[in-house]
Design a protein around this ligand. Structure first.
Ligand code: 13P
Length: 245
C-alpha cells in the first residue's frame, strides 16, 4: 500500500494546534484510509496526546536513539516509542544528517528500529544538488543505502525508503519545486530494483498543486511531506491524489 507521511518537523508550537491539525486530517481522510496508509510524524511532545485524536491515521516519530536505554540525555529510545504504540520513525533525515549524523550512526538506528519492530522511513538523498547528474546521484544513493542497510534484513512491508533530494526541500510551504516527476520515478525505480522488499516514496516540495504529476507514476509509492503537511487542505489533497491513482 502507498504511504503518505507528514513530517511536521518542529511544528506546530502548541498542543491545541497539533490536536486541531491531526483531527482535521483524521476526519478528512476517512474515505481514503483503506486505500493508502497515512502517518503523521510529529514532535515527541505531541505523541501521547495525539494517540487519542487519531485512529486510522498512524503516528510516527521524527528520530530515535541508536542506544537501547541508559544515560543519553535528551534522547528517545525505540522501546519508549514501541510501548507508546508508535508505528513509524523517520531515520536519517537530511536535516539530521546536516547536524552530523553519518551512515554508521543511521545504520545503528535502523538496527534498533528493526530489533523493536518499528517501521523506519529511511531518508536518502542528502548531498545531492540541482546539478548532480543521474549517474552520480545513483552512486550516492547506493552508498547511503548500502551503508544504512548493511546487516539488517527487513521483511516485505517493514521498511520505507524516502528519496529526498535535499537541495529541493522547501523549508516551508511553496518555496521550492519538486524534482521533475519523471526523474523522481526513474530514481525510485532504480532504488526499487535494488530493494524490492521496501516501499519507496518521494519527499521534497510536494504540495496539493503538484502532487498529481507525481502520483500518476505507480512506481512512486507515496510521499513524505514537510511544509504542506502543516495545512490540512493541502495534505488531504495529497492523500486523495495518491489514493485515486
Ligand atoms: P518539504 O515538503 O517542506 O519540502 O519537506 C520535505 C521533507 O523534508 C520531508 O521529510
Amino acid at each position: 500500500m502507498r504511504l503518505i507521511a507528514a513530517n511536521w518537523k518542529m511544528n506546530p508550537q502548541t498542543m491545541e494546534e497539533a490536536r486541531r491539525l491531526a483531527s482535521q486530517m483524521e476526519h478528512g481522510s476517512m474515505h481514503e484510509s483503506h486505500k493508502v496508509e497515512i502517518a503523521l510524524c510529529v514532535p515527541f511532545v505531541f505523541l501521547t496526546a495525539l494517540k487519542h485524536t487519531v485512529h486510522h491515521v498512524k503516528l510516527g516519530a521524527q528520530n530515535m536513539s541508536e542506544h537501547e536505554k541508559g544515560p543519553h540525555t535528551g534522547e528517545i529510545s525505540a522501546l519508549q516509542l514501541k510501548h507508546l504504540g508508535i508505528k513509524y520513525v523517520i531515520v536519517g533525515h537530511s536535516e539530521r544528517r546536516a547536524l552530523g549524523e553519518d551512515d554508521e550512526f543511521i545504520s545503528n538506528k535502523l538496527k534498533m528500529a528493526h530489533a523493536h519492530k518499528l517501521h523506519p522511513i529511511l531518508c536518502v538523498g542528502y548531498g545531492t544538488t540541482q546539478k548532480t547528474m543521474f549517474t552520480a546521484e545513483k552512486k550516492l544513493l547506493t552508498k547511503q543505502l548500502q551503508a544504512a542497510l548493511k546487516g539488517v534484513n527487513f521483511e516485505r512491508g517493514g521498511l520505507t525508503i524516502a528519496y529526498e533530494p535535499a537541495w529541493t526541500i522547501s523549508r516551508g510551504l511553496g518555496t521550492a519545486k519538486p524534482v521533475a516527476a519523471e526523474r523522481s520515478a526513474s530514481v525510485i525505480e532504480f532504488i526499487k530494483d535494488k530493494y524490492p522488499e521496501a516501499r519507496v516514496i518521494y519527499g521534497a516540495s510536494v504540495t496539493g498543486e503538484n502532487v498529481d504529476t507525481l502520483s500518476r507514476f505507480r512506481v512512486i509509492e507515496g510521499a513524505l511531506v514537510g511544509g504542506a503537511s502543516l495545512d490540512a487542505i493541502q495534505f488531504l489533497k495529497i492523500i486523495k491524489s495518491f489514493a485515486k491513482e
